[in-house]
Design a protein around this ligand. Structure first.
Ligand code: PGA
Length: 253
């Protein structure tokens, strides 16, 4: 099965720099069984789609979408609008949006449904905070985020839903989660999904990836863990040297 390497460029690269990163790094070569998806800022999406168009390389996703399809929602971007220009994926409920923009599990659930209705593959981001881990609440928190995020979501056909386990304390901090702890969290997430849909559907339609301070030096240790299908990478995907080193290391695994 392919390994998923997703690059979250956040609000960091210009449109020109994003297009260059897409063409010169993500699409520089065939990375074998890696499925590479890049998530540029909205204003860079068209340029990145042009840069990747036709090449057997990276797919492109939005960093967020709104839950309504159209209407008077100034500043928002719908899932259908992302789909229209050629996006295949969208991040839903990233911890930075939960924290800075107060996105709730209910909002995340609406967005996930909108993404699926538009034909996008949602990447549902979950993960506990430092305080929650210290208080022994991490399992309850991530179970709650999975259950609420997926409430009322039916899966079938070719549907794929990706869950990114990103402990908040590991995102952008250089404090990566120990691979064994990440495996434990992934197993818990898969159990929660299996409780909702049954183990067969869970295995067939869901893929789980880890995020939080992943780079070329530690990617192999996550990919080696059972139940971890790839990584959502922020900082290390935003510079050509670190991103290409990461892709090489992941492809070699
Ligand atoms: P990081 O970010 O790799 O810089 O920790 C991960 C993310 O925000 O998805």
């Amino acid at each position: 099965m392919s390994k998923l390497i997703f690059g979250n460029w956040k609000m960091n690269l210009s449109a020109a720099a994003s297009a260059e990163m897409a063409s010169k790094v993500a699409c520089a070569k065939d990375y074998g069984d890696l499925e590479v998806v890049v998530f540029p800022t909205f204003t860079a999406l068209s340029d990145v789609l042009k840069a990747t168009g036709g090449a057997p390389c990276a797919k492109v996703g939005g960093q967020d979408c709104f839950w309504e399809t159209r209407g008077a929602y100034t500043g928002e971007v719908s899932a259908a609008q992302l789909k229209e220009i050629g996006c295949s994926h969208v991040l839903i409920g990233h911890s930075e949006r939960r924290r800075h923009l107060h996105e709730t599990d209910a909002m995340v659930n609406h967005k996930l449904k909108a993404a699926r209705a538009a034909g996008l593959t949602p990447v549902l981001c979950i993960g506990e905070s430092d305080d929650e881990r210290r208080a022994g609440l991490w399992a309850a928190v991530i179970e709650g985020q999975v259950t609420k995020g997926l409430a009322g979501v039916n899966v079938g056909g070719n549907d794929q839903i990706i869950i990114a386990y990103e402990p908040v304390w590991a995102v952008g901090t250089g404090r990566a989660c120990e691979p064994e702890a990440a495996r434990e969290a992934h197993a818990l997430v898969m159990n929660s999904i299996a409780e909702i849909y049954g183990p067969e559907v869970a295995r067939q339609h869901f893929r789980l990836i880890y995020g939080g301070s992943v780079d070329a030096t530690n990617i192999a240790s996550y990919l080696a863990e059972e139940g971890i299908d790839g990584a959502l990478v922020g900082g290390a995907s935003q510079q050509a040297a670190t991103f290409s080193a990461l892709l090489e290391a992941a492809a070699a695994k």
